[in-house]
Design a protein around this ligand. Structure first.
Ligand code: SAM
Length: 197
């Protein structure tokens, strides 16, 4: 049984929420929204919806925040906008409002691999980036630089399969799914990656 199932059998959703440790925010950062074509923007929106679906399986879905969420995103997003946490401003402002001063940025260009020790942060940040053309290379580290400029401590971490980022799916929702499998179900990184390949 996973953590939520175990509690769900006997507790109401409110009781469940009060028993579970406080959940971090999972932030999809749309800082690079304008670099996308319309078709790519549609894909970003779809992957945000799918991320909501995944998160709701484990918890409420409200922990999914989307920052730099402009009107175009809100128009194009087909999922339940009132059940996630959209934030029109910069990610750093959102974090300050929530009193979060340190985050994990999921970044395929990072030196360090994500580990259990990183599960204590207040927020995980995934780049709201879809690559179909080759114009967005190394855009994830820029999200980190932007946060550091605003005074946020950033742990850049990569997800690997047998030590390499090759073979790791790069869709936003799959990256979220891998983190959840590791964090909630206690799976190893390799196992979690295999499940989302
Ligand atoms: N073109 C971007 C770049 O070069 O930085 C990569 C975008 S990727 C399609 C979308 C997001 O998924 C990234 O911003 C990152 O947060 C996450 N991601 C993808 N692969 C990852 C990996 N192997 N490890 C950690 N995060 C990853």
């Amino acid at each position: 049984l996973c953590m939520t199932e175990k509690f769900e059998m006997v507790l109401s959703p409110e009781e469940l929420r009060s028993k579970l440790p406080e959940w971090p925010y999972f932030i999809i950062d749309l800082y690079h929204w304008d670099k996308h074509t319309q078709k790519e923007k549609g894909k970003v929106c779809l992957q945000v919806s799918q991320s909501y679906g995944l998160l709701r399986d484990y918890y409420t879905g409200r922990e999914l925040a989307v920052t730099w969420a402009n009107d175009e995103f809100k128009r194009m997003f087909k999922g339940p906008i009132d059940r996630i946490t959209p934030y029109a401003g910069p990610t750093a402002e959102f974090l300050k409002e929530k009193d979060i001063d340190e985050v994990v940025l999921l970044d395929p260009w990072a030196e360090e691999v994500l580990s259990e020790k990183d599960f204590d942060v207040g927020a995980f940040i995934i780049g709201g980036i879809v690559d179909t053309g080759g114009n967005k290379k190394k855009t994830t580290p820029k999200i980190g630089e932007e946060l550091e400029r605003a005074g946020i401590k950033v742990r850049r971490r990569k997800i690997v399969l047998k030590g390499d980022i090759v073979g790791v799916p790069d869709r936003i929702n799959r990256i979220l799914g891998i983190i959840l499998k590791m964090m909630v179900e206690g799976k190893s990184m390799d196992e979690a990656v295999y499940e989302f390949q």
